[in-house]
Design a protein around this ligand. Structure first.
Ligand code: PGA
Length: 255
C-alpha cells in the first residue's frame, strides 16, 4: 500500500564539504541493508549538486527545501523547479512552517509552488501544522483544514497522485516536545478524511502523511505503529548520519 517515507530536512545547516561528508556517511551506514522505506534528504541549495553525486546508486533520494513557481526570469535569489530537477532532485518540501513564519509563505504561495512542482514531475512534501495557541484555543482542525483546502485548491485528484503531506505541529518543531503517537494519529486520520472529502477516497488512501516535530530514534517506532502515520520529516535528528540511519531502521519496526 503506502510505502513509508523518512525524509531529512537539513534546513540552513552544513556548508558544502560538511554536507557531502554527512551524505557519504549516510550512504555508508545504509550500505548492504535494504531499508523497507523510501528515504530522502534535503540539503541546502548550495550542496544539492554535490550531494546528488554522493547519493547516486544509493537508496537515498535528493530533495530541496523550497522552490519558486515561475519557470525563469528576473527573480533574483529564486530557484525554479527545472533547476532542482537539473541537479537531481526528486522531492521538494513546500510550505514548511519556518517559511510560513519568517518568509511570508501563505496557502496561496504554497498552491503555486505545488503546481510548479507537479508540472516538473517532482514529488512535493507539503507541510501543514497548527501553533500551540491554535491547538489550545481549539482552532487546530480549522487551521489544518484551511491549509489543506487552500494549499491544494484547484488541483484534481489526477494531479495529486504523488502528493506527500507532512503534519508538523509548530510547537513540536525543534523543541524536543514531540506529539504523542495518539495525537499524531488523531490529526493524520482527520487529514486523510479531509483529502477523501476534497478529492476522493482512493487518493486519500494512497497519500503518504508524514509526521514531523522532534522525531528521534527512540520515538519513531511508536509513531510508525499508528495506521495513518506513513513516515517522518526529520529536522535536527537528520543532521547526523548515524542518528538518521537509526530512525530509518526503527521506522521499519511498525506493525
Ligand atoms: P525537528 O524539525 O525534527 O528538528 O523538530 C522538523 C522539521 O522542521 O521538519
Amino acid at each position: 500500500m503506502r510505502k513509508p517515507l523518512i525524509a531529512g530536512n537539513w534546513k540552513m545547516h552544513k556548508p558544502l564539504s560538511e554536507a557531502v561528508g554527512t551524505a557519504r556517511a549516510l550512504v555508508e551506514c545504509l550500505k548492504g541493508r535494504a531499508p523497507s522505506v523510501d528515504i530522502m534528504i534535503a540539503p541546502p541549495f548550495t550542496a544539492l549538486a554535490a550531494v546528488n553525486e554522493v547519493l547516486s546508486g544509493s537508496s537515498v533520494a535528493l530533495g530541496a527545501q523550497h522552490v519558486f513557481w515561475e519557470p525563469k526570469g528576473a527573480f533574483t535569489g529564486e530557484v525554479s523547479v527545472d533547476m532542482l530537477v537539473s541537479v537531481g532532485c526528486r522531492y521538494v518540501i513546500i510550505g514548511h512552517s519556518e517559511r510560513r513564519q519568517f518568509f511570508g509563505e501563505t496557502d496561496d504561495t504554497v498552491n503555486r509552488r505545488l503546481r510548479a512542482a507537479f508540472s516538473a514531475g517532482l514529488i512535493p512534501v507539503v507541510c501543514v501544522g497548527e501553533t500551540e495557541a491554535e491547538r489550545d484555543t481549539g482552532k487546530m482542525f480549522e487551521v489544518l483544514d484551511k491549509q489543506i483546502r487552500n494549499g491544494l485548491k484547484g488541483l484534481a485528484s489526477d494531479d495529486l497522485g504523488r502528493l506527500v503531506v507532512a503534519y508538523e505541529p509548530v510547537w513540536a518543531i525543534g523543541t524536543g516536545r514531540t506529539a504523542t503517537s495518539a495525537q499524531a494519529q488523531e490529526v493524520h486520520a482527520v487529514i486523510r478524511s479531509n483529502l477523501a472529502e476534497l478529492f476522493d477516497p482512493s487518493l486519500a488512501n494512497e497519500t503518504r502523511i508524514l509526521y514531523g516535530g522532534s522525531v528521534k530514534p527512540d520515538n519513531i517506532a511508536e509513531l510508525m505503529r499508528m495506521p495513518d502515520v506513513d513516515g517522518a520529516l526529520v529536522g535536527g535528528a537528520s543532521l547526523e548520519a548515524e542518528t538518521f540511519a537509526a530512525i530509518i531502521y526503527h521506522s521499519g519496526e511498525r506493525g
